[in-house]
Design a protein around this ligand. Structure first.
Ligand SMILES: Cc1ncc(C[n+]2csc(CCOP(=O)(O)OP(=O)(O)O)c2C)c(N)n1
Ligand code: SF4
Length: 555
């Protein structure tokens, strides 16, 4: 029975009683629950965050006892998921693309150890860098680790691939990557659910030394991974998510990967594309399908979101001379997201340009919220730093990175999570005085602690500012692993307690903050200045919840 008619970004879809209108991230979360996971492990990062939030909010997941608390970083998340898999249970680990750099050591080696319970790593890439520092393409990581990668073209396929991915992982004995991109993550479509799979029992692997990567064992395991490559490719060839639709028109053939297949379909509403089309959603790339395709076309257009992975591959594999169009020859832009219009242009279609943006619409650069504690910290910092030239404050990634913009313009660098502490240390080692780092509470426990240990061990002359708003605000206010622990962590790492100073970043304490900055800059050694005030957005959310639960009637 039809109950509604909704539009999504791709096309009109009819939603029936049995369908659920899911965001891509929700489809993945639901598929993991239905697919029999015993735990999800993750560190927040757009556009992946809501997968875990969906599972955290799910009553079904709670009833099944699915573990879902946030991890301290992507590496700890990956390793915990791997541990759950080694114990025989199914697990999923989620992260944004740059998170995979943090988890890469565990990720690469897990391809060699193999798994026990099904393990899916869901990585959300962010082409066009809507909220990221780069637009790296995680399919390369999948290829690097030599494991199967699934790249859904729509929300239904995202659900199906995750549900099936656990079976695939157990059958092939390796982790399976599910790669999505921003638009798929954050757009909705109707999704049919599959039957719920029961959780696996605890079980040990047949080979008890499989997970011990001593060189002698690692060599065997690596050989076994290499031997499995043909089986992975065969699976991709047989997958219902990969197919070839041949047509008589031979002037062009199209390879459309993941969501790009949807952009192609948008250009041919009634499936009337005159060219041979190969849909690619499961990797390794099945060479047989590529060779079959080349019989049906003289030139090929490759549509893929991200780097030109398939484009480069097909250039090297075609048996006859076929001109390849894509991101490398300028048929499509070299960087940024794809969309249906870019695909239309690459196909030589006329496109209707939308109305020009009216002059009344002006760009609004992102800014810290009015009343944010990071602002008070920066006002005091800037006053002190007026005595020095710019370029002495190394920053990190979080809301406080907006201190790079006017009116503060306080910071000099922002590279990767945790880098502020270690970069300030390196600059101090080089003789830069003063060398300061600004880092948030969540980023500090993500990857700032080890850098602080290095600074303490070297007695580096640094001032580490921890701007502690007691939440992971930039990604939506998730619970911070650092809450209530920062002073004891710093002491534990070896910072002299006399140089761990805690302040409340408020206008009325401005002079005290300035004085404390000056005192600690004058100290030759490691100082940690903690500016602690709850994020006002998180506070507002907390008060609303307390009011709803009647815990704080005044709120
Ligand atoms: C490796 C990696 N993982 C996740 C992210 C996404 N991310 C950006 S900032 C941030 C944490 C910010 O929290 P915090 O340091 O406490 O600063 P706040 O935003 O609360 O001021 C996260 C998770 C990222 N950019 N890189
Ligand atoms: S969300 Fe919170 S931490 Fe971020 S700018 Fe707003 S008040 Fe500051």
């Amino acid at each position: 029975m039809l109950v509604g008619d909704y539009s999504n970004f791709v096309s009109k879809v009819l939603i029936t009683m049995n369908q659920n209108l899911y965001l891509g991230v929700e489809a993945i979360g639901q598929a993991a629950i239905d697919g029999g996971i015993s735990g999800v492990y993750a560190y927040p990062g757009t556009p992946s965050t809501e997968i875990t939030e969906y599972i955290q909010d799910s009553r079904q997941a709670a009833e099944k006892g699915i573990r879902s608390k946030w991890s301290a970083n992507e590496k700890t998340a990956y390793e915990a998921a791997l541990g759950m898999s080694y114990a025989g249970k199914r697990a999923m680990v989620c992260m944004k693309h740059v998170g995979l750099n943090v988890a890469a050591d565990a990720f690469m080696n897990s391809a060699i150890t193999g798994i026990n319970g099904g393990l899916i790593i869901t990585v959300a890439d962010d082409p066009s860098m809507h909220s990221s520092q780069n637009e790296q393409d995680s399919r390369f990581y999948g290829k690097f680790a030599m494991i199967p990668v699934l790249e859904p073209s729509n929300q239904q396929e995202a659900y199906d691939m995750v549900h099936e991915g656990f079976v695939l992982s157990e059958e092939l004995g390796v982790p399976v990557m599910v790669r999505i991109t921003t638009r798929l993550a954050h757009s909705r479509a109707g999704v049919f659910r599959k039957e719920e799979a029961p959780a696996n029992p605890l079980k040990m692997p047949v080979n008890p030394t499989q997970f011990v990567l001593l060189p002698a064992i690692a060599r065997q395991r690596y050989k076994s991974l290499l031997e499995k490559q043909d089986a992975f490719e065969k699976k991709a060839l047989e997958s219902e998510h990969n197919f070839l639709k041949t047509r008589n028109e031979k002037s062009l053939g199209i390879i459309a990967c993941g969501i790009a297949y949807n952009y192609l379909k948008e250009n041919y509403q009634n499936d009337d594309c005159p060219y041979t089309v190969m849909k690619l959603s499961q990797y390794p790339i099945p060479a047989t399908l590529i060779h079959e395709m080349e019989k049906h076309c003289e030139e090929v257009l490759v549509l893929e979101e991200g780097y030109p992975l398939v484009e480069e591959y097909v250039k090297g594999i075609f048996k006859k001379h076929i001109k390849v169009h894509g991101r490398l020859n300028g048929a499509l832009p070299r960087d940024g997201e794809l969309n249906a219009d870019l695909v239309a242009k690459a196909l030589g279609h006329e496109i209707e340009e939308g109305a020009a943006v009216p002059s009344i619409v002006v760009n609004r650069p992102p800014a810290l919220c009015q009343g944010c504690g990071h602002q008070d910290m920066y006002r005091a910092l800037n006053q002190v730093m007026d005595a020095y030239s710019k370029g002495r404050v190394f920053s990190d990634i979080g809301c406080y990175t907006l201190g790079a913009l006017p009116p503060y313009e306080s910071i000099y660098s922002c590279v990767d999570m945790g880098a502020s502490v270690t970069m300030a240390k390196g600059a101090a080692d080089a003789g830069l005085v003063p060398a300061l780092a600004v880092i948030g509470d969540s980023t500090f426990t993500h990857s700032g602690i080890t850098g602080l240990l290095d600074a303490v061990n070297d007695n580096s002359n640094v001032v580490i500012v921890i701007s502690d708003n007691e939440s992971v605000s930039m990604t939506g206010g998730q619970e911070s692993s650092a809450k209530g622990k920062i002073e004891s962590i710093c002491e534990g790492v070896g910072v002299d307690p006399k140089h761990i100073r805690v302040m409340v970043p408020m206008k009325k304490y401005h002079d005290l903050m300035v004085q404390t900055f000056e005192e600690e800059i004058a100290y030759e050694g490691v100082s940690v200045l903690i500016f602690r005030r709850e994020c006002i957005q998180a506070a507002a959310r907390r008060l609303r919840t307390e009011k709803k639960m009647n815990l704080n009637p005044k709120a």
